[in-house]
Ligand binder design. Structure first.
Ligand code: AHR
Length: 323
């Protein structure tokens, strides 16, 4: 039976009240979760939330950390199939290369749910995909910048996510769409920072060196907040003021980016909820217990936050979520 419930997450997640619609019929089910790794604060929160929601629902969650490697994810999925799990959750590190293993899951009659990232391939290989509209995320960030700079000339540097991942591809596309036709805005450099803070800092250092110590850069657009936080450090090390000398915009809405906003060092972020598991479990319950096939794409919200949106309050609301 589906119920709406407010889930008070325990222990390390105690600061947050997570409202989610979910089902109780998964109690006792065995569900495998192939997670990408722990490259970002957002990823850590998604892992924490998934484990907490599974525990609350009485699911026996088999968790596998792929350490950012697709081959490890494929191995884990094959292991779940061999164990005969009831369902599989997978956050696919890259978009291609899934057909063979997902066909094996399909042939074993094990429903697969994609979490937070999409794949290229036949849609019948997965039951549903719970993710944001990543093109929209990029567009929302780009539109913020277009409005913020108005007619002023603005050179942008871009820190891309993991090469070949759906958020890197789509967030780039959406941002470029927002900037299209704006003669005063140009993306002058774009490179991957692999969604990590350390790589974001390193790549930003290179951009700053190559662009007159930063004099030629008006804004940095990072495909996630962790890379933005790394870039902020690089900008400060170069003797400039992030948020003022160089605008900083990114995606995720993790606590650290709100702390940066409070300090005046970040200008905009687009929220990505770490609660992908709630809708995924609800869909799985309806499917496994009633045969209801869910929508192929379950899309989460993409809300823009800026320093006028109570960043201290947003920080406080999120800090217990496992980021
Ligand atoms: O797929 C979602 C992205 O993956 C998040 O934006 C990023 O932080 C994570 O690594």
């Amino acid at each position: 039976m589906n119920v709406f419930r407010t889930l008070a997450l325990g222990a390390g997640l105690s600061g947050l009240l997570l409202s989610t619609a979910y089902a109780e019929g998964l109690s006792g089910k065995v569900i495998g979760f192939s997670q990408i790794g722990s490259e970002s604060g957002w990823r850590a929160a998604e892992t924490s939330v998934t484990k907490a929601v599974a525990a609350e629902l009485g699911i026996d969650l088999k968790f596998a950390d792929a350490q950012q490697k697709q081959e490890n994810q494929i191995k884990a999925i094959r292991g779940f199939i061999a164990q005969g799990v009831d369902a599989i959750l997978v956050a696919p590190v890259v978009a291609t290369g899934w057909e063979e293993v997902l066909t094996e899951a399909k042939e074993a009659n094990i429903p697969v749910v994609l979490l937070d990232r999409g794949i290229e391939g036949p849609e019948d290989l997965y039951l549903t995909s719970v993710a944001s509209d990543q093109v929209k995320e990029g567009r929302v960030a780009g539109e913020w910048l277009v409005n913020a700079v108005a007619d002023k000339p603005c050179n942008v540097v871009e820190l891309q996510g993991t090469v070949g991942s759906s958020p890197a591809i789509n967030r780039k596309q959406g941002f470029e769409e927002a900037l299209a036709g704006k003669a005063n805005l140009a993306i002058i450099r774009s490179q991957t920072g692999d969604f990590t803070r350390s790589k974001g800092k390193e790549v930003m250092e290179g951009f700053l060196k190559a662009e007159g110590g930063g004099a030629n850069i008006c804004a940095v657009y990072a495909h996630n907040d962790d890379m933005a936080v790394g870039a902020i450090q690089a900008i400060k090390d170069a003797g400039l003021k992030p948020g003022t000398d160089i605008l900083v915009l990114s995606i995720d809405a993790v606590p650290d980016i709100f702390a940066a906003m409070v300090a005046g060092e970040a200008n905009a972020t687009v929220e990505l909820t770490p609660n992908m598991a709630g809708p995924a479990f609800e869909a799985l319950d309806a499917y496994l217990n009633g045969g209801t096939v869910p929508a192929k794409f379950i899309i989460t919200d993409s809300k823009l936050y800026t320093p006028s949106d109570d960043p201290q309050g947003e920080y406080d609301r999120r800090k217990g979520l496992g980021y």
